[in-house]
Design a protein around this ligand. Structure first.
Ligand code: BMA
Length: 319
């Protein structure tokens, strides 16, 4: 299912008119959304000062992207409570006509999630921090569940052998207004010794007749000095998404190709966007929908894997 010409976006494709982006080191972990039939990505680009920029990209076919020349301007961060180093791994969602982007923020106090709104296609305005906790991999559901907004996120409450804080559990949070958030329920935990020991949500979940399709990453940590990042899928109940209906026993993508195995962080496939054009009039993915999954490879480039929805649902239930 990998696109044959992967990686579809790599550092050689970044326009060279903005001096902050000259000869960049990497472009990876893109957020994605559909707008007026176009595939939109927000790319994470690092330059050789190891500064992070978010760069919009747009495509008519989901494969060839036109990449903006200038990074998104980030404004409103004066009210953020900590010094900020990097804003990264954007997870956009179209919510009631607004484009809300959840980002991870590296701060002097650790990692935080922050919400932004995309304005005029080129500006990200800071809206707030949902919780003052060390969290990453935040995704907001594209519609209210009952009277609440719902977010899955991954508390960073576990120190990996490399000292980097990570986590073993995905948790649901709810909010009446996108501002005040409270913990609702744990979703599921990593499976020690197997493919998904450490976990985190990937793309914004997709609505299907069978449940919310939730793609996540799992890390196997039991290989001597290497962490192996893989991709898996779960189905969450439509009305009560904190209930897991099925969860892939097997990973559905693992580092095998050279571009997944070699790079800044070797052995990483990291799904961050899942986009499709194939919805029914009520907003559910069609049973045979083509789903494009964009994933960061080796923290260096971006690759594409294409699935039929049936395959993804089948993978969640595979014994
Ligand atoms: C995670 C995040 C991602 C990164 C991945 C692999 O913890 O930092 O941004 O792609 O590790 O290094």
């Amino acid at each position: 299912m990998r696109y044959p010409d992967n990686p579809i976006i790599h550092r050689g494709l970044i326009p060279q008119s903005d001096k902050r982006l000259l000869d960049p080191s990497s472009v990876f972990n893109p957020g994605g959304y559909m707008q007026q039939g176009l595939y939109k990505l927000i790319l994470r680009v690092q330059n050789r000062a190891r500064e992070t920029f978010l760069l919009p990209a747009s495509s008519t076919d989901g494969i060839t992207f036109e990449i903006a020349e200038t990074p998104l301007e980030i404004c409103g961060m004066e009210s953020f409570p900590y010094p900020v180093y990097h804003i990264y791994d954007p997870r956009p969602v179209l919510l009631e006509e607004r484009l809300i982007v959840v980002c991870a923020v590296d701060t002097s106090a650790g990692c935080r999630l922050a919400f932004f709104e995309l304005e005029d296609t080129h500006r990200l305005r800071y809206l707030g921090m949902p919780l003052d906790q060390d969290l990453r991999n935040g995704v907001i559901f594209p519609e209210k569940i009952g009277v609440h907004y719902l977010m899955f996120a991954r508390p960073n409450d576990y120190a990996g052998s490399d000292g980097v804080k990570t986590g073993t559990q995905i948790v649901a949070y709810q909010s009446p207004d996108l501002q005040y958030w409270e913990e609702l329920a744990p979703i599921f935990a990593g499976r020690p010794h197997y493919w998904d020991e450490l976990i985190g949500s990937g793309p914004t979940p997709l609505k299907t007749r069978e449940g919310w399709l939730h793609i996540y990453h799992g890390v196997a940590t039991h290989f001597a000095s290497a962490n192996l990042y893989q991709m898996g899928v779960s189905l969450q109940d439509l009305e009560r998404p904190w209930i897991t209906l099925a969860r892939s026993k097997y990973n559905i993508l693992e580092p095998r190709e050279y571009y997944e195995l070699v790079g800044q962080v070797p052995g990483v496939v990291f799904p961050t966007a899942a986009l499709s054009r194939d919805y029914d009039p009520e907003g559910f993915l069609l049973p045979e929908a083509l789903v494009n999954v964009y994933y960061g490879v080796a923290d260096t480039s971006i690759a594409l894997a294409q699935y039929n929805l049936k395959e993804l649902i089948g993978a969640a239930y595979a014994e």
